[in-house]
Design a protein around this ligand. Structure first.
Ligand code: AGP
Length: 600
């Protein structure tokens, strides 16, 4: 997701825009820019890198008698984070500037149509198409040109636009927020009220399919069909301390609760009816073995990927720690495909493994969140997670998106190799955001469990099959942010040693969905209960067996086994978060850790 800001009034336009972009930096920080109307011309200053780089560039620029402007801080979805790809984007004659948040699914078709009409593009983003579309439709009225432009767009958008000859900002949105603030002698727009706190407490939230002209003392809102809309002014109660995290106490909690949106973003445009649409630039028919390389949480999603891919396309999958792969002189054959999974795309171990694989002639694809990151540029193709910035060191929304991306990859590979579509899986994937919402509705139950267990010094997490890596991930989440020792194990492995650890009051978390292994997991619960452990069970529906043996129960929706890790991990993310918060540690920046480990 990206941050959009706009200002019209008597104040210092550039200063307001930069301040607003800083408030929105959590929404994206790989490039930024502003466009203002000064002296009847549009001046644009923008660059790759974060907002402090933009500020340096602005020190050398003076905007004489600027009365309005827009700004943008970017989370790249198409096109690397370069100066040219930064927003705002301008039309051919620099008479129009736009800032966009969202994904235009039909941008290639629109771009070709516009190029055939003589439009010259300066960037390789999908967003720039909007500036040229508005220019194409402009006949002296910016609002109607924007209305016509957005009707040609397929996908999500929040747009702010200005024209050098008009004293207004025109905004429109669909599945991406725009808020308008009423100031004293000025008006504001933003993609998040966070940017307006401290400047106004009177706002209007634009609804999907609406378009608004924002003047210095009033607004005019209508539907795309021209019908006027009378919007109710809402009171903005957020305090400054809230806004940086969108109202959440920590970025980690915000990112846990963003998972319905991040999963929707990943799916958007990639699941169509009963087929999956990816562009991997790799011939999957000739693949006879897959090796997945990753680190940490990404390595856990890689293990889940093994279960998914082997189940759906019956191709053997090996999973390697990236830090091990490079140094074990791996044997790479012609039929091998290497998949590198990395949220940041900058993990040195994974970069090293990618380079080692390519040196041995492997085809490599990436599953990466950060567009334009090193790994995304060095692989042959891949899948961007589109999860938006993941700022908290503990990875949460990226993990669930990685697992979903592996599901989409396996379904796509199955199609490519002539297999039949799995409609039940596809239906569940489409319904995932709703199911995740339902799990998040029970966050308070997990918070209460955390209150009872926050002082424990050791935890064991147990799961079987595809939920064994979920146990690993739950343990990693807890240990890396609360500093409590936690281990994940296959539940069947307990009797081969770890059960010696169990004594009275020892907390054991079981991931126990109602799948073919459920009865075995319940007997594992009975084994530890017999030794007076505390049993916490993540299950699909309460039955008498579990009620007898579990001390704490967290119910989650039942899904196909291949989808279940995405649902089952969420209570574990919440449990780790609430325990760490109760312990008063820096949840978003745990000791000794970095968000991206860029050293080997
Ligand atoms: C996960 O919570 C950790 N922050 C860490 O294990 C992380 O997953 C690992 O460093 C890999 O990072 P990447 O996905 O950016 O490559």
């Amino acid at each position: 997701m990206c941050g959009i800001i706009g200002y019209i009034g008597e104040g210092d336009v550039a200063e307001f825009l930069v301040k607003g972009l800083k408030r929105l930096e959590y929404r994206g920080y790989d490039s930024a820019g502003i466009s203002l109307i000064a002296g009847g011309l549009i001046s644009t200053v923008k660059c790759g890198g974060n907002i402090s780089k933009l500020e340096k560039k602005l020190e050398k620029v003076e905007f004489k008698d600027a009365k309005l402007g827009i700004g943008h801080t970017r989370w790249a979805t198409h096109g690397e984070p370069t100066d040219e790809n930064a927003h705002p984007h301008t039309s051919c004659k620099d008479e129009i500037a736009i800032a966009h948040n969202g994904i235009i699914e039909n941008y290639k078709t629109l771009k070709k149509m516009l190029m055939d009409k003589g439009h010259a593009f300066k960037s390789d983003t999908d967003s720039e198409v909007i500036a040229h579309l508005i220019e194409e439709f402009y006949d002296g009225d910016l609002e109607s040109a924007v209305a016509r432009a957005v009707k040609s767009i397929e996908g999500a958008y929040a747009i702010a636009s200005i024209h050098k000859s008009e004293d207004r900002i025109v905004v429109a949105c669909k599945s991406s927020p725009i808020v308008i603030g009423f100031g004293d002698g000025a008006m504001f727009i933003a993609s998040d009220a966070a940017a307006l706190v401290g400047n106004t407490n009177k706002v209007v939230y634009l609804s999907d399919g609406e378009i608004a002209s924002v003047m210095c003392d009033r607004i005019h809102v209508r539907k795309l069909n021209g019908e006027s809309v009378n919007k109710q002014v809402k009171r903005l109660d957020a305090s400054l301390s809230d806004v940086e995290k969108g109202g959440f106490k920590h970025f980690m909690l915000k990112e846990i609760f963003e998972q319905p949106e991040s999963l929707s973003n990943l799916i958007r445009g990639r699941v169509r009816g009963n087929s999956v649409k990816l562009t991997l630039n790799v011939n999957l028919n000739s693949v006879s073995r897959i090796i997945i390389i990753a680190c940490g949480t990404s390595w856990h999603s890689a293990i889940i990927g093994k279960y998914i891919i082997e189940n759906l396309i019956r191709v053997p999958v090996e999973v390697d720690y990236a830090s091990e792969f490079k140094y074990r002189n791996p044997i790479i054959g012609r039929g091998d495909l290497v998949i590198a999974i990395s949220q940041s795309g900058e993990t040195a171990d994974t970069i090293g493994a990618v380079r080692a694989a390519k040196q041995k002639g492997a085809r490599v694809i990436g599953i990466v969140n950060v567009v334009g990151s090193t790994i995304s540029r060095e692989v042959d193709g891949g899948i961007y997670l589109r999860a938006g910035p993941e700022i908290s060191v503990a990875s949460t929304k990226a993990f669930t998106s990685q697992v979903l991306a592996l599901l989409l990859f396996a379904l796509y590979a199955r199609q490519a190799r002539g297999g039949v579509a799995d409609n039940q899986l596809l239906n569940e994937i489409t319904d995932l955001p709703n199911m995740v919402d339902r799990v998040l509705d029970n966050a308070k139950i997990v918070e209460r469990i955390a209150e009872d267990l926050a002082q424990k010094r050791n935890f064991l997490y147990l799961g079987r099959g595809i939920n064994y890596p979920v146990a690993l991930e739950g343990a990693l989440k807890l240990k890396e942010i609360s500093y409590i020792h936690a281990e994940g194990y296959p539940a069947g492995e307990m009797k081969h040693g770890p059960i010696a650890l169990i004594d009275e009051g020892f907390p054991v978390v079981f991931i126990s969905p109602k799948d073919g292994l459920y009865d075995k997991v319940v007997s594992n619960m009975e084994e530890v209960k017999a030794r007076k452990a505390i049993v916490i069970a993540v299950i699909n529906e309460i039955d008498e067996n579990v009620r007898q043996v579990a001390d704490y129960i967290i119910e989650v929706p039942k899904t196909s086994p291949l989808v279940s890790p995405i649902i089952n991990v969420i209570p574990l993310q919440l449990l780790a978060y609430y325990i760490a918060d109760l312990k008063g540690v820096d949840v978003d920046r745990p000791r000794n850790l970095a968000k991206s480990v860029t050293v080997e």
